[in-house]
Design a protein around this ligand. Structure first.
Ligand code: NAD
Ligand code: GDD
Length: 326
C-alpha cells in the first residue's frame, strides 16, 4: 500500500486531496494546525500541530511516505492578501513552513514532494490589461509579483527547485489559479470572490443588491477543486520538473461571475460597486504548457462548478445565519 502525507489537510484543497488519495487506495496522514471545518477529511491518521515547528515536522514526516503534498500556508483571497496588514505573517509563516517541511523530507530520504505555488507569482505589469493578461510560465522572470504573498511563493518555488537540483529530490510545483468549490472558505475575511459572491447572493432577497469590490470589470479564471486535485496528481506523477499552471482558461469579469451566480440562484440582483482590495486587473491561466507536458488540461465549464458551490454555500448560510452578512 502506498503512503502519502498531506500538509494542510485541514484546509480546502488538502481536504479534497486526502479524500481522493484514499479513494485511490493510499494510506494517508494529514497534518494541520486544525482539523477540517466542514467534514471529516478521512485521513487514516491526522496530526494537529504547527508546521513552523521543525520538531513537529520531524514527527509528522517519517520514511514511510512515497509522496508528500505541501499545501499548508497562511493564505486567503484579495481581502486577506492585498490589504498589506497580513504581509509579515504571510511571509514569515509560509516561508517557515516550507523551509521546515522540505528539509524534513530531505532528511527522511523522501524523494517526491509536491508544492502548491500560485498565479500570484506573475509580474503585475503583465496583468494590467483585463482582456490580455500574460500568465505564461516563462513570464515569471524578471520577477515583479504584486503582493508579498506572491514573493513568498516565488522564493519557495526556488527552494523546492534548489533541493531538487542539489539533493536529487523529485519536487513538483503547481501554480494554482483561483480554486473554488464546496468546503472552501466562504466567510470570515479569507474567502475568494466565487465564495464571497455566492454568500452575498444567498443572503440577498430577490431584487436585492450586493456589494462588489472595484468596478467589476477586472478579470479572473476560476478552477473547480476536483480539476485542481486531478491536475495535482497528474503533475506529481509526471517527470515535469518545472512549475506548471493549474487553472481554468475560461476568463470572466467579476461582474459576469456575479451574474452567473445570480442566475444559478434564480434571483435578480443589483451590483453595487465599492472600493476594496483589488489585486491585478486581469488574470487567466495559460494552459498551453500543461497540455503539451501532461496531455491534459482542465475543461469543466465554470457554470457547472458554480452550481455545486452555490448549493453548498447556500446550505452553510442557512445553518449559520450570522455568517452571511455582506
Ligand atoms: P486553506 O487556507 O484552506 O488551507 C491551508 C491550510 O494550511 C489551512 O488548513 C491552515 O490551517 C494550514 N496551515 C496554515 N499555517 C499552518 C501551520 N503553521 N502549520 C500547519 N498548518 C498550517 O487554503 P487552500 O485554498 O486549501 O490552499 C492550499 C495551498 O494552495 C496553499 O499553499 C495556497 O497558497 C495554495 N493556493 C491556493 C489557491 C486557491 O485559490 N485556493 C490559489 C493559489 C495557491
Ligand atoms: N474576495 C472577494 N470578495 N473578492 C471580491 C469581492 C468580494 O466580495 N468583490 C469583488 N472582488 C474582486 C477582488 O477585488 C479581486 O479583484 C477579484 O474579485 C478576485 O478576488 P479573489 O478571488 O479574492 O482573489 P484573487 O483572484 O485576486 O487572488 C486569488 O487567487 C490567487 C491565484 O490565482 C487568491 O486566492 C490568491 O491567494 C491566489 O493565490
Amino acid at each position: 500500500m502506498k503512503a502519502a502525507l498531506v500538509c494542510g489537510a485541514g484546509g480546502f484543497i488538502g481536504g479534497h486531496l486526502v479524500r481522493r488519495l484514499r479513494a485511490e487506495g493510499y494510506w494517508v496522514r494529514g497534518a494541520d494546525l486544525k482539523r477540517h471545518e466542514y467534514s471529516d477529511t478521512e485521513a487514516h491518521d491526522f496530526m494537529v500541530g504547527d508546521l513552523r515547528d521543525p520538531y513537529f515536522c520531524r514527527q509528522v514526516i517519517d520514511r514511510r511516505f512515497d509522496e508528500v503534498y505541501q499545501l499548508a500556508a497562511d493564505m486567503g483571497g484579495a481581502g486577506f492578501i492585498f490589504t498589506g496588514e497580513n504581509d509579515a505573517d504571510i511571509m514569515h509563516n509560509s516561508a517557515t513552513i516550507n523551509l521546515n517541511v522540505l528539509d524534513a523530507c530531505y532528511k527522511r530520504l523522501i524523494r517526491r514532494v509536491f508544492y502548491s505555488s500560485s498565479a500570484c507569482v506573475y509580474p503585475a505589469h503583465n496583468q494590467e490589461d483585463p482582456d490580455n493578461p500574460n500568465c505564461e510560465e516563462s513570464s515569471a522572470y524578471p520577477a515583479a509579483p504584486d503582493s508579498e504573498y506572491g514573493w513568498e511563493k516565488l522564493f519557495s518555488e526556488r527552494l523546492y527547485l534548489t533541493y531538487s537540483r542539489c539533493y536529487g529530490m523529485d519536487t513538483r510545483i503547481a501554480r494554482y489559479h483561483n480554486i473554488f468549490g464546496p468546503e472552501g472558505t466562504w466567510t470570515g475575511g479569507r474567502e475568494k470572490a466565487p465564495a464571497a459572491l455566492c454568500r452575498k447572493i444567498a443572503a440577498a432577497p430577490n431584487g436585492g443588491a450586493i456589494e462588489i469590490w472595484g468596478d467589476g470589470r477586472q478579470t479572473r479564471s476560476f478552477l473547480h477543486v476536483s480539476e485542481c486535485v486531478e491536475g495535482t496528481l497528474r503533475l506529481m506523477r509526471s517527470d515535469v520538473r518545472f512549475p506548471l499552471n493549474i487553472g481554468s482558461d475560461e476568463m470572466v469579469t467579476i461582474n459576469q461571475l456575479a451574474d452567473l451566480i445570480a442566475e444559478i440562484a434564480g434571483k435578480r440582483i443589483e451590483k453595487r460597486h465599492m472600493p476594496g482590495p483589488l489585486g491585478v486587473r486581469g488574470r487567466n491561466s495559460d494552459n498551453r504548457r500543461i497540455e503539451q507536458e501532461l496531455g491534459w488540461k482542465p475543461s469543466l465549464p465554470l457554470v457547472e462548478g458554480l452550481r455545486a458551490t452555490y448549493a453548498w454555500i447556500e446550505q452553510q448560510a442557512q445553518q449559520q445565519p450570522l455568517g452571511v452578512a455582506a
